[in-house]
Design a binder for this molecule. Structure first.
Ligand code: TRP
Ligand code: SF4
Length: 420
């Protein structure tokens, strides 16, 4: 206790428990740079990223190497696309004081981890990826029979594992890539997460538990390993936790022994499935700049109005007096994302009874989209007048990311016997 007169009369505020306890869980995600973002990006991913930034420690990056796996002949587009994309991330409301924004190719550490992981990754894991065959089919005009394209998911695994991310917010199409990331991490920990004399050290640690407890522990381990019995895993862990004679290193060894992995060097991430409202393109197919059916996030309001007014509608409504079916109309898909229940009811009734025309129907959408865009335009303004600000934000983010990536690589090299 201090006897300073001020100490008792003016106590410092107690640190809030949130500051003191566990660090925030880490989120990582990336996007291939495709230039200015459109409304599909906003509703499908960005909106969610903005939400996550307050709750998690977030790392978001431009996956420019991944862009090269499919577009390796188009070097001109990459640089402008990266900065246009990041400008729209900022416009969307990502706060550079809260999140770390960076560029994949600026961190050769990703490539190093990719190379090291490649050594032990069975070819079959990559060949079996659903995205692999799909894309080769879909992008028939490109030659994707490349080594880089086959390695796409493994490069993604390196992106994720190097930050020890707990969560990866992606759409369902990317879920298999997070799954393979888990497998890669598990295999890595199994292969390299053990000290050379692991078995001996485990035996010594078991001795410290005492005969009876060690027996119970081994029984729990067998039960867990044979049938994946989670209760058995918990029993084993409870024994470790209850033991007074084990140090930290021994606890970790026994936990690895119990689960059949080594020490956790690389963290298995979970998918954070984006609860999104999927927004289709103007023609009802997937929104994509290359299909010419997109509205950019910072599209000029006059253009927004023109594009919406030209949207195709239910082909049955040839004349104003013909009734229609919203389910056959892409405009209705937009209402599902943008309109409240009252407006939606107005659309359904008006369309099926021909009480409203298609231009009437589109008007509230035009207004809703222009309203949604206003803050984006405002936030983008300072970055557009001074693009160096974006470069600077990326610079700072890249160095922050590098600190983490370097530390992981140090552990990885050491685990693999490469730290000489
Ligand atoms: N493959 C992702 C996509 O096409 C982009 C990506 C690359 C990514 N590396 C990642 C996403 C790591 C999440 C985590 O959208
Ligand atoms: Fe589509 Fe609306 Fe026209 Fe119906 S009234 S066809 S929902 S634009």
């Amino acid at each position: 206790m201090s006897d300073h007169p001020l100490a008792s009369s003016d106590p410092a505020p107690a640190p809030s428990p949130a500051d003191a306890v566990t660090p925030r869980r880490r989120v990582l995600s990336g996007m291939r740079p495709t230039g200015a973002m459109h409304l599909g990006h906003w509703h499908g991913a960005l909106k969610n990223w903005v939400r996550l930034q307050d709750e998690y420690e977030c790392f978001f990056f431009a996956a420019d190497w991944h862009a090269l796996t499919t577009h390796y002949e188009e070097r001109e587009v990459i640089e402008t696309s990266v900065y246009e994309m990041v400008t729209d991330w900022l416009a969307a409301g990502l706060d550079p004081d809260k999140v770390t924004l960076f560029i994949q190719s600026r961190l050769p550490e990703h490539a190093e981890l990719f190379t090291l992981l490649a050594m032990g990754t069975p070819l079959g894991w990559l060949e079996r990826m659903p995205t692999y065959k799909d894309q080769i089919e879909r992008l028939k005009d490109r030659d994707l029979a490349t080594y880089g394209f086959l390695g796409y998911p493994l490069l993604q695994a390196a992106d994720i594992l190097i930050y020890k991310a707990n969560f990866v917010p992606v759409g369902v199409d990317q879920a298999p890539h997070v799954e393979i990331t888990r497998e890669v991490a598990r295999r890595f920990n199994h292969l390299y997460g053990r000290e050379p004399d692991f078995d001996e050290l485990v035996r010594a640690a078991l001795k410290k538990l005492g005969k009876d407890r060690a027996k119970e522990f081994e029984a729990a381990r067998h039960a867990y390993r044979e049938s994946g019995d989670v209760a058995a895993l918990e029993r084993g862990r409870a024994i470790i936790a209850a033991s007074g004679s084990l140090g930290g290193a021994d606890r970790e060894r026994l936990d690895g022994h119990l689960r059949g992995t080594g020490k956790t060097i690389l963290v298995e991430p979970d998918v954070l499935l984006t609860e999104t409202s999927k927004l289709v393109g103007l023609d009802g197919t997937k929104m994509s700049k290359s299909y010419g059916n997109a509205i950019a996030m910072r599209e000029d309001p006059v253009e927004v109005e023109r594009k919406i007014r030209r949207m195709p509608t239910d082909p049955a409504r040839v004349h104003r007096s013909d009734s229609g079916d919203p389910e056959k109309c892409p405009v209705w898909q937009f209402h599902k994302v943008y309109s409240d229940d009252e407006t939606k009811a107005w659309v359904v009734h008006g369309c099926t009874t021909a009480a409203i025309g298609c231009l009437d129907c589109k008007q509230p959408l035009i207004e809703a989209i222009i309203r949604e865009q206003a803050p984006w335009r405002e936030r983008a303004e300072p970055y557009l007048t001074n693009p160096k600000r974006v470069h600077w934000i990326v610079e700072v983010g890249t160095e922050r990311a590098r600190t983490v990536a370097r530390e992981t690589m140090r552990e990885v090299r050491e685990a693999m016997g490469l730290s000489y």
